[in-house]
Design a protein around this ligand. Structure first.
Ligand code: C5P
Length: 244
């Protein structure tokens, strides 16, 4: 269970430089299986950030949230595949055709080695959006209805999984079944501060309610003892895997 927890814990490398990122990867790689590269680090360092993690034995979650016309997103997915990332994100709001183009680009590219195919994860509705900000852009359904709808669309279009807050996980599981991978940020051990996360759950609650992977940043990076913080999270995850 501890090995499964390690493989399914993702540390968010929300830092400015490649050197800082590498320090974290070396420090945590024995305890954390996956490192998330987001828009800030990628815009600054580019594919070098991905290569650095791979060279240090880590798997990479490339969180660039692609959202464009199908042909462009398919091309970006192929490049993510070529870089050797383990998982990456795109926006379900790009639509079924965009997601299907992404899936078929990956299927074609990895037809002879499907176990190397990156997990394609759809972001449904950003957790920074609420009913008012959705109405502002012409979307009249509440998040509670759009989220499972977009998750189902993503699944139908061939996405491996979705990114979802702990609160959204149960309804997505209910709608999409057990095969869809759910990656959950907004995770806070009981002892940590919530920071700017509005809807949080403990690692134990998040896994128990159906998450497969957890994304954790500041509860580790800002802890006085980051290794101990990771240890506590892994222990909670392992306990939840055993209990569910
Ligand atoms: O520091 P913290 O644990 O809040 O970091 C969570 C990570 O997950 C950040 O990189 C953040 O951008 C990302 N994320 C999130 N909420 C989402 C999607 C991604 O916090 N809905």
């Amino acid at each position: 269970m501890m090995e499964q927890a390690r493989n399914q814990l993702i540390f968010a490398l929300d830092v400015e430089t490649l050197a800082e990122a590498e320090t974290w990867v070396r420090r945590l790689r024995d305890r954390v299986g996956v490192f998330k590269v987001g828009k800030q680090l990628f815009t600054r360092c580019g594919p070098d950030a991905v290569r650095m993690i791979r060279d240090n034995g880590g798997r990479v979650f490339l969180d660039l949230k692609y959202h464009d016309i199908p042909n462009t997103v398919a091309g970006a997915c192929r490049e993510a595949g070529r870089l050797g990332v383990a998982m990456f994100t795109l926006h379900a709001l790009g639509g079924g055709a965009m997601m299907a183009a992404a899936a078929s680009a990956l299927n074609e590219m990895f037809s002879s080695n499907p176990q190397q195919r990156p997990l394609a994860l759809a972001v449904t509705v950003l957790t920074s959006m609420n009913e008012d900000s959705l109405r502002e852009i012409g979307v009249s359904l509440p998040p509670a209805e759009i989220v499972p709808r977009l998750a189902a669309l993503a699944q139908k279009a061939g996405m491996t999984g979705v990114v979802a807050s702990p609160q959204e996980t149960p309804v997505i599981r209910q709608t999409c079944g057990k095969d869809l991978i759910i990656v959950t940020p907004g995770v806070r051990p009981a002892s940590a501060a919530a920071d700017d996360q509005k809807r949080v759950a403990t690692p134990y609650q998040a896994i128990l309610s159906g998450a497969d992977y957890l994304v954790v940043g500041r509860p580790i990076s800002k802890a006085s003892d980051p290794e101990a913080a990771v240890g506590g999270i892994l222990e909670e995850m392992a306990r939840a895997f055993a209990d569910r």
